[in-house]
Design a binder for this molecule. Sequence first.
Ligand code: AMP
Ligand code: ZN
Length: 469
Amino acid sequence: MKLFNTLTRRKEEFIPLEEGKVKMYVCGPTVYNLIHIGNARPMIIFDTVRRYFEYKGYEVNYVSNFTDVDDKIIKKAIEEGVSAQEISTRYIEECKKDMAGMNVKPATTHPLATQEIDGMIDMIQTLIDKGYAYVVEDGTVYFRVKNFKEYGKLSHKNLDDLQSGFRALQVSGEDQKEDPMDFVLWKPKKEGEPYWTSPWCDGRPGWHIECSVMSKKYLGEEIDIHAGGEDLIFPHHENEIAQSECCNGKIFARYWMHNAFLNIDNRKMSKSLGNFRTVREISEQYDLQVLRFFMLNAHYRSPLNFSAELMESSKNALERIVEAASRLKDRKEAAAVKEADEKEKGLLNEAQGYVTKFEEAMEDDFNTADALAAVFELVKFANTNVSETSSAELAAGLLEILTRLCDVLGLTVEKKEDILDKEIEDLIEERQAARKAKDFKRADEIRDELLAKGIILKDTREGVKWKRA
Ligand code: AMP
Ligand code: ZN
């Protein structure tokens, strides 16, 4: 299997540290708002990478953090007059709902920065002890970049160029730094902000240290793959490498994977530019499988421009797959003949060719667009070769292949049952009756059953309200 490594700028054969296992860390979102579809791109892409490794029989330890302490979270908390924790807890919940809608599997571990402060203090102390970090008068701790000779190796930046660039950018108030390139590991608290006690001052960690620490704790000092959006290459990932490699004395991650941007009108979609669409908004118009299809129909290292037309064509294309699967299922159930004859056995054999094509595409740096093309060839093959006279074995065999390949991409081929408003109202009524009778088990069952069908219930003073997710 080959993947493009940002570190070497080459496609490389994937060789795991430990046979049959993949240790993978994906930088997660800062939780102060609903996630936008730009944030969804790395979630969908690296979930697909994970699924492919699992399909190939690897055991994947997949870690993805939530950054739950940050200036933006604090700002939002102040605006709403609530605690920072209330904001982050709320948006983690919402993010998990969006992930479920996009069929992104929960990570093996989703660590929270605020739960890992002790580990961060330990790592910072080690860096100070080894001469890679220093404390200034107000208690801020900085990383001493010039002591790490390999700084710049991921972003392919030259230390001298960086140094002059940073000098030109030097911000007032940071003059306690030894060098403009140095970055913050720990900073003193400000009035009204959450803080933790440390040997240097009451304060909070810098952003970069959290990923170095969480990766080490949940995956070990050396990992196979570290991933995220390409905006993280510099400085975030460069700084993570500096911290981890100086602390542990080992290569941090062997392969670095980065997705290109999701754009809108050819500009990066971002919260700060205000040109974003939330995953939630998209879910009001489309099944989130459509969004997943839209993302996978492009190569992850190519910029992708969001447009209504592309979403519509993704919807139609996905429907073709779902229709084909539904037809195969009907044929399988209605078939008069059970077993495949010689000709059909030949067809089933031929269909394996599409599996090979699919795998070849995925093994070439996860070319999901070509993998989808192989799925469509299979759809066409099934539509042409399966008819009323086909055996159950042929229909079932093709359906199994189609379902399996789509599952690797995280696409569900099952037709979603449309639940009618009347059925929802009836279930809600039954739930109310169950509650009255103190049968909370049944009441919860009904809520979960509705949630599985994409119906969200909200208990309000005026009674139960519901909406489609
Ligand atoms: P943030 O919450 O900004 O730290 O972003 C979380 C993840 O989303 C990171 O991996 C970012 O690189 C990624 N990301 C943010 N915006 C975009 C975008 N427009 N296109 C692709 N990835 C993005
Ligand atoms: Zn990170």
